[in-house]
Design a protein around this ligand. Structure first.
Ligand SMILES: [Zn+2]
Length: 424
């Protein structure tokens, strides 16, 4: 197994890794060779962060349109073929060779360590391990390196999840937070004493557990009120191939600076001031097959500058406040679908989707579609949302079966709550 520097590395050591990465991409990646030539960039002259910012941003569109130009190793060297989640547009092919799989293993091992998982624990992976999904496999690999017990239940199937928890005494789950609500619901309906189960913690993916004030989100509060398990937020994506993980203090996700160089940029591509939100732009380090430089994630986050009292010196980022392209402008108010989701969680409503459209003048219009048969007074919901969001949103009911189809489309590995039908 390849050795990696510890996450407790100095800025100088990280900069060395960035330089190595630039040098590697300039030699091996057809996309970056062409970009550097076109922009007349010599990587040997990049000595400061300001120099680094001269390199143009790489976007998802680049990856979509010039996918194979990013491949920096021979195709026959590839071991694992995955695709991105495709939250915005078509999924993109991603490929990993042996070194990348070792890096992914190490990354997830560090992530589990931050959440406090040890080799003596049994961990149940309730996300899909196949379906071209990088994360499920990454969890498995990280837990293998850690030496923990692993139960691979895969996604859904609350009955199988509870049966596995009872059989194998799982101490941790890896899960999408809203799936925990489904698990609790199933337990309540089937007289399972979930409160005294073996589960003590959950490594959560895909949904924010903090709000923008770095307080517990409504979703975390809602789960914790029902089931006293420790929830650890993680944030990652296929392109980053790196996890940002909450420690036991639950105040932002720790960065692994030995695996990823991060920038948070404003609209003009300049670093934001401390405490301000901007787009996360990443350079995942020590990647061989598809190296990326200054990749724009589209996620709006903020950096947390103060040192964490857990003792780790690595920086942290706050929750994803929204996807840059999903920003909604309604009657002069800007908000992200996440704000609406947070408000819906505060009201304790789970069975809904959010649809955005353009009206005839091109303005954004948002409609929340709630499942029929859950006995809600729509006017009351509308008023309560208006109190929280300061805008009045249209609310409609939808049959439970259609809602289910829209929220869990067959081709998606995750629930799709926000449906953007706006013309771009
Ligand atoms: Zn910490």
């Amino acid at each position: 197994m390849k050795d990696f520097l510890s996450p407790e590395l100095s800025n100088q050591q990280q900069w060395q890794l960035v330089k190595q990465h630039l040098e590697y991409a300039s030699r091996k990646s057809p996309f970056y060779q062409r970009l550097f030539k076109a922009k007349n960039i010599q990587v040997s002259t990049i000595k400061t962060e300001a120099d680094f910012r001269r390199i143009p941003i790489t976007t998802k569109e680049h990856l979509q349109r010039q996918n194979l130009d990013f491949l920096a190793v021979d195709y026959t060297e590839i071991i694992d073929h995955v695709t991105t989640s495709g939250t915005l547009g078509n999924p993109v092919n991603f490929m990993l060779n042996e070194a990348d799989l070792q890096r992914l293993t190490y990354n997830e091992y560090e992530s589990f360590m931050i959440a406090g998982v040890t080799k003596n624990d049994v961990v149940q992976i309730t996300t899909t391990l196949d379906r071209r999904f990088m994360a499920g496999m990454a969890y498995y690999l990280g837990l293998r390196k850690l030496g923990a017990g692993i139960v691979r239940t895969g996604s859904g199937l609350p009955g199988l999840q509870w049966d596995s928890i009872q059989r194998f005494k799982s101490k941790y789950l890896v899960a999408v937070p809203s799936f925990l609500l489904k698990l609790i619901d199933f337990a309540q309906q089937n007289a399972i004493d979930y409160r005294s189960s073996s589960v003590k913690g959950v490594i959560c993916i895909g949904e924010s557990l903090l709000n923008e004030k770095l307080e517990d989100s409504a979703l975390r509060k809602r789960i914790k009120d029902l089931w006293d398990v420790e929830l650890f937020s993680t944030y990652a994506s296929t392109e980053m191939a790196t996890a940002f993980t909450e420690c036991e203090l639950h105040k932002g996700n720790h960065i692994l600076p030995n695996l990823i160089y991060t920038e948070i940029l404003d609209e003009n591509g300049n670093p934001v001031e401390n405490g301000e939100a901007g787009e996360l732009v990443v350079t995942p380090l020590q990647v061989e097959s598809m190296p990326l430089i200054r990749y724009a994630t589209g996620d709006m986050v903020m950096r947390i500058e103060e040192k964490c009292i857990c003792g780790r010196t690595s920086g942290r980022i706050g929750p994803v406040l929204g996807r840059k392209k999903q920003m909604l402008k309604i009657k002069g108010t800007s908000l992200y679908p996440q704000h609406i989701q947070e408000a819906m969680n505060t009201l304790g409503i789970s069975d809904y989707i959010i649809e955005a459209k353009n009206d005839e003048f091109g303005n954004d219009q948002v409609c929340i579609k709630i499942s029929e048969g859950i006995g809600l007074n729509l006017v009351q919901v509308q008023n309560k949302l208006r109190d929280q969001l300061q805008i009045k949103l249209e609310i409609q009911q939808l049959s439970a079966s259609i809602l289910l189809q829209k929220k869990f489309p067959k081709e998606s590995r995750k629930p799709v709550i926000f449906h953007d039908l706006r013309s771009i």
